[in-house]
Design a protein around this ligand. Structure first.
Ligand code: P6P
Length: 351
């Protein structure tokens, strides 16, 4: 019989503790977070048995708003989120990476106080290869007091989020979130069906030794991005003329790139390091979405002592112009990302 850890704490009891920090809290926010964890448990069950279920694996013959082929589990995860979050009156609007337009749910005065934007299954192209995938979510408070919600409720900057987090479906399923009082990780115990506190108050290293980027795009990056990545590799401030055949030990960083944002982000959050998705020829704003990927992870990164930038400014300060707005993303250890932002901004000024 495995010994129970002394600090056995479920995510629900942890959320109630956070709720007690807000004496006027009605409990609807806690209920919303609880609905998200319920959706995560259902998705985890399907992701973890996908290899055994014929009709789940593989792709549908449809494309999503991003023009990406929808993997069946993507579709399934999206529907689970819509059903789990849309029915108990806490949410007035939802935005999904899988849907072109936001879904309006409960707009009655006094109910539906929150907007949730999510990527139901990020990295889904990895599903068939059993590589870790994830869910990303951000929660904003409704601004309008009118009887209906509008785009001003949806298109809010990341700094206005009241909570954000992600679920990583990997060797174990982990739920990591922040509501502004630290970043906390909970590991799913499938035998109990409970997320148990396993990583309290995550603090990401100030500087890391890992950079995560798809270097296949190198020929299509700007010269400034190319030089910045070269310095990450060979050691900051090394001149191009001192280019070595290979980086000497300790001069630069190691590269780790899974091709699944949540997996790369989670590893760098715990170990230190920086994930980069720069713009490239043909994608002047890069590939990642501001609202359902960059902004939620930026809130997590910053609450863990890290930082997230679009190369010019903090991700959290940018007001989205549309639900599926794309953005360059540099995110992770604070010193690394600030150096990248300073390097790219200086290059920008020099033009
Ligand atoms: P590329 C998955 O589609 C995703 O949105 C992220 O999870 C991942 O980091 C990135 O795109 C991978 O993109 O262009 O390197 O294949």
């Amino acid at each position: 019989m495995a010994l129970l850890p002394s600090n056995l704490q479920t995510i629900e009891s942890h959320m109630l503790e956070v709720q007690s920090l807000h004496p006027t809290a009605s409990g609807s926010f806690t209920g919303l977070l609880s609905d998200i964890t319920f959706a995560a448990k259902i998705i985890s069950r399907e992701v973890n048995k996908a290899g055994l279920v014929e009709d789940i694996l593989g792709a549908t013959d449809e494309e999503n708003v991003q023009g990406e082929v929808i993997q069946k589990l993507d579709d399934y995860a999206n529907n689970i989120f819509l059903r789990c979050l849309g029915t108990r009156g806490q949410v007035c609007m939802m935005g999904s990476e899988e849907l072109a337009d936001p879904v309006i749910t409960d707009t009655r005065e006094g109910s539906g106080n929150y907007i949730v934007v999510f990527d139901p299954l990020d990295g889904s192209s990895n599903i068939d290869a059993n590589v870790s995938v994830g869910t990303i979510f951000g929660i904003w408070r409704r601004k309008s007091r009118l009887d209906k919600v509008g785009m001003e409720d949806l298109l809010q900057p990341g700094m206005e989020q009241v909570a954000a987090g992600y679920v990583i479906y990997g060797s174990s399923t982990m739920f990591v979130y922040t509501a502004g009082h630290g970043v906390h990780g909970f590991t799913l115990d499938p035998s109990l069906g409970e997320f148990l506190l396993s990583h309290e108050n995550i603090q990401t290293p100030f500087r890391g030794k890992i950079y995560s980027v798809n270097e296949a795009y190198e020929p299509r990056w700007t010269p400034e991005v190319r030089e910045m990545v070269r310095q990450l590799k060979y050691g900051r401030h090394t001149k191009a003329s001192s280019r070595k055949d290979k980086p000497t030990a300790g001069s630069g960083m190691s590269t780790r790139y899974i091709g699944s944002l949540v997996a790369d982000f989670h590893r760098n959050l715990l170990y230190g390091g920086v994930y980069l998705y720069p713009p490239y020829e043909g994608r002047p704003q890069g590939k990642l979405r501001m609202m359902c990927e960059a902004a939620p992870l930026a809130m997590v990164a910053e609450n863990a002592g890290g930082y997230a930038s679009n190369g010019q400014e903090s991700i959290l300060t940018v007001k989205p112009t549309e639900l599926h707005m794309r953005t360059p993303l540099y995110i992770g250890s604070r010193d690394d990302v600030l150096w990248i932002e300073k390097t790219l901004s200086k290059a920008e000024e020099a033009i």
